[in-house]
Design a protein around this ligand. Structure first.
Ligand code: NAD
Length: 261
């Protein structure tokens, strides 16, 4: 059986840690060469850097490299895309980099923190989409762009207003861009994770392992928090030709919480 992502090249932003790290590793296990684009090489949760993990994994034949990339810098993003060109050309762009803070009532939010949140989560995703589309159009072989939103991009959550605004913006960026570039064979989709066990939910905006854990679990029909693998598998579907007639779509990966009363 041919690997799902054989002969494909992907850039995954925020791939040093958490969900992005798992996406990069899963892509490689399905045959894709991967550019790990992140502000830091070391995983936030500790362990071997993602590109080294992929290279050391004897079960994958894939290439992997790390590019220091802040998604708020178009120059950095261009460097990451150029690294994909060296692997053969950009087929898949996963815009996953993001932060959760500031998490506070609106009256307590510092304007600089607000600006930084929007700059990374929304403007950064836009910049990566722009660079990816330019590269894919130049190459003329289509492509798949996957944007990491959140359930907070479809529903309101107290003390997460700037985050929700950015993630909602990512959803509309996805729909609009899909309408624009579909004619060129470029698909654009979004994923909306619920609570996934990463540093974001254990440390930055703690839910996992807190007093709120049991109450939150009760709202999840599948009765558990998500693992990075749960998101990585859906991302692999959207990146691969299995989803060749899927664009302008947004998929919720949250164990059923969002659509359950
Ligand atoms: N964990 C969850 O429950 C959850 C839920 C919904 C959505 N998400 C989204 O999934 C994505 C990944 O989250 P995670 O939980 O893996 O978080 P994480 O903190 O574990 O990993 C985020 C990675 O992004 C990198 N990063 C931060 N700012 C960056 C920048 N400016 N440029 C490039 N890289 C940058 C970090 O260095 C880190 O490696 C984020 O967009 C997040 O909003 C996460």
């Amino acid at each position: 059986m041919t690997a799902l992502l054989a002969e494909k090249t992907a850039v995954v932003t925020g791939a040093a840690s958490g969900i992005g790290r798992q996406i990069a590793h899963t892509f490689a296990s399905h045959g894709a060469d991967v550019v790990v684009a992140d502000i830091q090489e070391e995983p936030r949760e500790g362990g071997t850097p993602t590109h080294e993990l992929i290279r050391e994994d004897t079960a994958t034949q894939a290439e992997a490299t790390f590019v220091e990339c802040d998604v708020t810098s178009r120059d950095d993003v261009d460097t990451a895309v150029a690294a994909a060109t060296e692997f053969g050309g950009l087929d898949i762009m996963v815009n996953n980099a993001g932060i959760v803070g500031p998490t506070a009532p609106i009256q307590d939010i510092d304007p600089d923190e607000y600006d930084r949140l929007l700059e990374i989560n929304l403007d950064g995703t836009y910049t990566c989409c722009q660079a990816a589309v330019e590269a894919m159009l130049k190459r003329g072989e289509g492509g798949s762009i996957v944007n990491m939103s959140s359930v907070a991009g479809i529903a309101g959550y107290a003390n997460l207003t700037p985050y929700s605004m950015a993630k909602g913006g990512i959803r509309m960026l996805t729909y609009s861009l899909a309408a624009e570039v579909g004619q060129h064979g470029i698909r654009v989709n979004a994923i909306h994770p619920g609570v996934i066990e990463t540093e974001m939910t254990t440390s930055d905006f703690p839910i996992v392992g807190t007093d709120e854990e049991a109450a939150t679990l009760e709202t999840i029909p599948l009765g558990r928090f998500g693992k990075p693998e749960d998101v990585a598998n859906v991302t692999t579907f959207l990146a691969s030709d299995l989803s060749s007639y899927v664009t302008a779509e947004s998929i919720v990966v949250d164990g059923g919480a969002f659509r359950s009363a």
